[in-house]
Design a protein around this ligand. Structure first.
Ligand code: NAD
Length: 472
């Protein structure tokens, strides 16, 4: 059993002032596999003070100095892909195919930040003014459990590239990944205090960061409820905020779609990351005239999506991350049934043959309306809702009738028509006949899905304040 007893402040592994030990679980077996000692408010304050002290020097570093530091970070993280992979499967339960992507992503996002910094314009002329983009200050970075190492590296690389220093509050449930990232970043030899990492509870360490006047910016990935809370809390010190929050993304199947060819994409979009993905396509909008045909096709295709042991290469869907998350998903399945939707496949309980582990049956509801809770609320598990629409205008209206707007998928044979539909969807990203990812493009959401954007030059700009300089 692994015991993680240090946090990282001012370039050193230190024992937290906080005394609480938090259990880490293997969600495939429900066994405790480790313990992490959590920091408290006092630790958060020490970390913020270290980041504040490191800010003047780091904010004045040249592009070349920052690039050199980011390249060392990239190298150190890239050599730990196997260890990250093991931690991701063990503490999160990602199926190996997904886990492999998640283990390479942390190094990839640092490489993206390097590419962005290489060509980033920090100054431009506007009329008689010179506009200088200056680092906003100390950044508080808060990450969720569903891709902890990747989010730490993405946020930190963008913040450092912009000239900010950082205090990171990772997900307390993903301490094995965090530990690997800390060791790699320590090895990268960045100046003391430039980044600090404090394991801790959200309502203790996260809250201390969100309230502290010396933190100028919060970049948060997590639930919409906590995101809203952070905006309200940050208002007192006028914090800049970037929020990557939840979703209830539509997959719009147009009436000319070839069901056989789109079905893997429909299900991969819905079940990605075992359904625990902010961008998962969980509302599947299908033309009413072809509903019965779609139901048959989706049921057939579902037999290819095995839920079970994440180490089995055949597995598409691993366990839910925690008992709480498993209960939450089970509850939503009951809610869907109570609301009168039809269970086309799956349902309550574990998949056949599995006695332990927080595994869920991949579940598809049909005969659902967009007003049902299973169509409106983020379930964060492998539970999809098929909703029939009458015509293209109705499909667009249903797609947009949501509190969220993170991702959408449009599927059809006529690509021009797909694009016409895509342009009418209120969403930070719309994918047409693909699940491709473009890391240079901005990522973020409309409405309750977030505020601001990450990735590429948009992501870096979020850590900068424009200053207009005018001379006589
Ligand atoms: P969460 O909001 O419960 O927790 C996220 C982080 O916030 C954790 O580190 C937690 O400790 C911390 N936190 C909790 N309360 C806090 C508080 N009062 N102050 C400061 N920090 C606090 O989310 P989660 O359950 O870890 O992650 C799942 C959610 O994240 C889903 O809603 C999902 O859609 C969202 N998500 C969004 C994206 C995106 O890019 N848009 C990506 C991944 C996950």
């Amino acid at each position: 059993m692994q015991r993680i007893e240090h946090i990282y402040i001012d370039g050193e592994f230190v024992t937290p002032h906080g005394l609480e030990w938090f259990d880490l679980y293997n969600p495939s077996t429900e066994e405790v596999i480790g313990q992490v000692r959590l920091g408290d408010e006092h630790d958060a304050q020490r970390a913020i003070a270290a980041a504040k002290a490191a800010l003047p020097a780091w904010s004045r570093t040249t592009r070349e100095e920052r690039l050199a530091a980011l390249r060392r970070m990239h190298q150190a993280i890239a050599t730990r892909q196997d260890a990250l992979m093991e931690a991701i499967v063990k503490e999160y339960g990602a199926p190996v195919t997904r886990g492999r992507w998640m283990a390479t992503y942390p190094a990839d996002v640092i490489a993206q930040a390097i590419e962005t910094l290489e060509s980033f314009e920090f100054e431009e002329h506007v009329g008689i003014a010179r506009v200088i983009l200056t680092p906003v200050g100390v950044a508080g970075l808060i990450t969720p459990w569903n891709s902890n190492a990747g989010f730490i590296c993405n946020k930190l690389a963008a913040a450092l590239a912009a000239g900010c220093t950082a205090v990171i509050k990772p997900s307390e449930m993903s301490a094995l990944q965090t530990q690997i990232v800390i060791e790699a970043l320590h090895e990268a030899g960045l100046p003391k205090g430039v980044f600090n990492i404090v394991n801790g509870r959200g309502d203790v360490v996260g809250e201390a960061i969100a309230r502290h006047p010396d933190v100028a910016k919060i970049s948060f990935t997590g639930s919409s409820a906590v995101g809203q809370h952070l905006v309200a809390t940050g208002a007192a010190t006028m914090k800049r905020v970037t929020l990557e929050l939840g979703g209830k993304s539509p997959t719009i199947v147009l009436d000319d779609a070839d069901f056989a060819s789109i079905m893997p994409l429909v299900l991969n979009a819905g079940f990605m990351n075992s359904g625990q993905a902010c961008i998962a396509g969980t509302r599947i909008l299908v033309p009413r005239s072809r509903l019965a045909q779609f139901e048959r096709a989706v049921k057939d295709a579902l037999s290819q999506f095995k839920s079970g042991d994440p180490r089995d290469p055949e597995t598409a869907i691993g366990p839910m991350v925690s008992a709480k998350q498993w209960e939450r998903v089970q509850n939503y399945i009951r809610i869907g049934i109570d609301e009168g939707a039809t269970v086309l496949a799956g349902g309550e309980g574990r998949p056949d043959g599995l006695q332990a582990g927080w595994f869920v049956k991949p579940t598809i509801f049909t005969n659902a309306t967009n007003q049902m809770r299973i169509a409106r609320e983020e379930i964060f598990g492998p539970v999809l809702t098929v909703i029939a629409y009458e015509d293209e205008a109705d499909a667009i209206a249903i797609a947009n009738d949501t509190r969220y707007g993170l991702n959408a998928i449009v599927l059809g044979r006529d690509v021009e028509r797909c694009e016409r539909v895509a342009r009418q969807i209120d969403s930070g990203r719309v994918l047409i006949n693909t699940l491709a990812h473009e890391p240079r493009a901005p990522f973020g959401g409309f409405k309750l899905s977030g505020l601001g954007r990450e990735m590429g030059r948009w992501g870096m700009t979020a850590y900068l304040e424009p200053k207009a300089l005018l001379k006589a």
